[in-house]
Design a protein around this ligand. Structure first.
Ligand SMILES: C[S@@+](CC[C@H](N)C(=O)[O-])C[C@H]1O[C@@H](n2cnc3c(N)ncnc32)[C@H](O)[C@@H]1O
Length: 253
């Protein structure tokens, strides 16, 4: 089955400039990803961005098409090649494992990109993605930015990615309340964070929406926070340490 994506390295040249300041890897999430990579000594990171979650105890090669993202890779991080998932410049079976984190939905052709990952990898392929239905149920989307659902509908979900990889385990990746990595639902218990334009700029699902739609939603959120309505409605969340916000690790062997 062909898997559709939204096409997006140019997007990251525009929205990606402050990415590394907001998207700081979370150690708990890192543990789960690194465990999924197994004992692999050579790892390919596709759509690597600023290098989040690249293991430091293995030989990593990164593939990233956006210059703005490559520039944010910390000194000493793995070699990053300017290439795309759809055309990986490597021989068959070159890597023992591969990872593709929060990137597949940006590829212009995920079917080809996932086949390329399979071609160059001998062992586990670890994809971090999200389940659209869970995503749509999160308060940020359900109550403030429902137009994100339309964009999500065009993106491949976990089971579609698993099928494209020839079968995979799908694991829940829970989001701790104090997650250091500012992806879309990372701030589920810290709603004020969404009022910060820099936080929103690092969330592609928000950055893609028309400005007036986001402005209206943020004005409403600011008002609900000021008058206590948000806290009243989400009392149950304030007691939670972590939630399943729909993030999934697809692990193919
Ligand atoms: C949300 S960022 C994720 C970056 C990193 N994996 C992380 O988790 O922090 C998505 C990345 O996918 C990259 N990307 C977009 N289209 C791509 C393609 N066709 N092939 C490889 N990477 C692509 C973007 O440039 C961007 O750096």
């Amino acid at each position: 089955m062909a898997v559709k994506g939204t096409g997006g390295s140019a997007l990251y040249d525009v929205i990606g400039t402050g990415y590394a300041r907001v998207r700081r890897p979370d150690p708990r999430i890192a543990r789960q990803i690194h465990q999924a990579l197994g004992a692999a000594a050579t790892v390919l990171n596709v759509g690597a961005g600023a290098g989040s979650y690249e293991p430091t105890d293995r030989h990593v090669i990164a593939v990233e098409p956006s210059t703005a993202m490559v520039r944010q890779r910390p000194p000493g991080s793995a070699l990053a090649l300017r290439a795309t998932a759809e055309e990986l410049p490597f021989a068959d079976g070159r890597f023992e494992a591969a990872m593709a984190l929060l990137t597949v939905h940006h590829w212009s052709d995920p079917t080809i990109g996932l086949a390329e990952l399979r071609r160059v990898t001998r062992g586990p392929i670890v994809v971090l993605t999200f389940d659209h239905a869970w995503h749509a149920d999160q308060w940020l989307v359900a109550e403030y930015l429902p137009s994100m659902v339309t964009l999500d509908a065009q993106m491949p979900g976990p089971s579609v990615i698993a099928e494209a990889l020839g079968g995979a385990l799908i694991e829940v990746l829970s989001v701790p309340h104090d997650c250091t990595d500012g992806f879309c639902h990372a701030w589920w218990r810290r709603p004020d964070a969404y009022l910060d334009p820099m936080v929103r700029a690092s969330i592609s699902g928000i950055a893609r929406l028309p400005g007036p739609v986001v402005d209206e939603a943020m004005a409403r959120l600011a008002s609900d926070l000021a008058n206590g309505r948000w806290h009243q409605t989400h009392q149950n969340l304030l007691e939670r340490e972590e939630i399943d916000a729909g993030y999934r690790l697809v692990i193919a062997h």
